[in-house]
Design a protein around this ligand. Sequence first.
Ligand SMILES: NC(=O)c1ccc[n+]([C@@H]2O[C@H](COP(=O)([O-])OP(=O)(O)OC[C@H]3O[C@@H](n4cnc5c(N)ncnc54)[C@H](O)[C@@H]3O)[C@@H](O)[C@H]2O)c1
Ligand SMILES: CC(C)[C@H](C(=O)O)[C@@H](O)C(=O)O
Ligand SMILES: [Mg+2]
Length: 365
Amino acid sequence: MKARIVTLPGDGVGPEVTAAAVAVLDAVAAHYDHTFDYEQHLIGGCAIDATGEPLPADALAACKSADAVLLGAVGGPKWSDPSAPVRPEQGLLALRAALGVYANLRPLQVHPALTALSPLKDDKLRNVDVLFVRELTGGAYFGAKTRTVDTATDECKYTVVEVERVVRRAFELARGRRHKVTSVDKANVLETSRLWRSTVQRIAADYPDVKLEHQLVDSMAMLLLTQPASYDVVVTENLFGDILTDEAAALAGSLGLLPSASLGEGARGLYEPIHGSAPDIAGKGVANPVGAILSAAMLLRHSLGLEEEAGAVEAAVEHVLEHGPRSRDIGGDAGTAAIREAVVAALDEHVANSEAFFSGARACG
Ligand SMILES: NC(=O)c1ccc[n+]([C@@H]2O[C@H](COP(=O)([O-])OP(=O)(O)OC[C@H]3O[C@@H](n4cnc5c(N)ncnc54)[C@H](O)[C@@H]3O)[C@@H](O)[C@H]2O)c1
Ligand SMILES: CC(C)[C@H](C(=O)O)[C@@H](O)C(=O)O
Ligand SMILES: [Mg+2]
């Protein structure tokens, strides 16, 4: 197949991990006879430096006409002055809104070879397989903001339509998994959460085969640490989802491991690791590219419909996590490029083995 992919490497470690993800996509294209055309654009702090805008018009136009968008990270200390008129993160939020990608899928799995890095003991980590579905284009991130010398406000607003579409997506996804949805809110305090909960209850009636439970976000933060294996699909609003998924990443062993897919109504999606620009390690060539590479696998699956290819990338990453090399954040000393090469080599081997398997099967009749 032919696909147009816009890359937005962004700031800090963004370019380092995006280059690794693109190398893996190139290997996929070569093995499976696809053509991926890339168009690279600016977003975030580097875009502010070059154009004064965190999301230049040509970058947005390219994203809107692409089949998929692969993003690294935005932000960093250079642009973090609280009095700055424009911030890198505004570019990312504007992009998410403009693409209408309201459902942010953030899968959490704990690789058996990495359990020693987790704050939890092995027995708690067995069978951890959670899919967070974070609402991505509403809530406090997008409400009206006010600021005077001594007061600031961020309006948190949700409409029924905004809640309904992301919750339906969560129930649909649960049907392809273990048929359980945990809806996380703060309905004991927040009006938006009461709207959220009543909407979830109404939608749940359309999915009698899916078990629903509600959890308040404060106790959910605790339960994620005490019984992570009891969750299947977790759906929640924008800010709660942001916070809970960084907590989830710690269970996996590193923030550098978790990917994400942001989806709307069509096939086009925005794919990015859940971590940020990691200013403390940027430019050193040591960032873990696994979250970005697994985001590329999600791109293959969700935007291009290439399930086999996505599975091959995931198998290659599994192999590298098990046998090494490993980056510093997960206890090794390999750099980003070495991990990238190891994933590409594991992919080569995976494809060769699959071909041998299938030609063997054909030979057997
Ligand atoms: N999607 C995004 O673009 C995104 C996401 C989160 C944060 N940010 C931005 O990134 C900047 C820095 O934020 P922060 O420091 O709070 O969070 P961060 O995710 O950048 O880093 C937190 C910690 O995790 C480590 N880490 C992150 N990614 C890693 C990787 N791939 N490999 C190894 N270690 C990794 C960092 O070194 C750091 O110690 C801020 O400007 C923030 O707004 C952007
Ligand atoms: C950079 C920031 C706007 C972003 C968010 O809060 O959504 C990040 O933390 C994320 O998780 O993608
Ligand atoms: Mg975040």
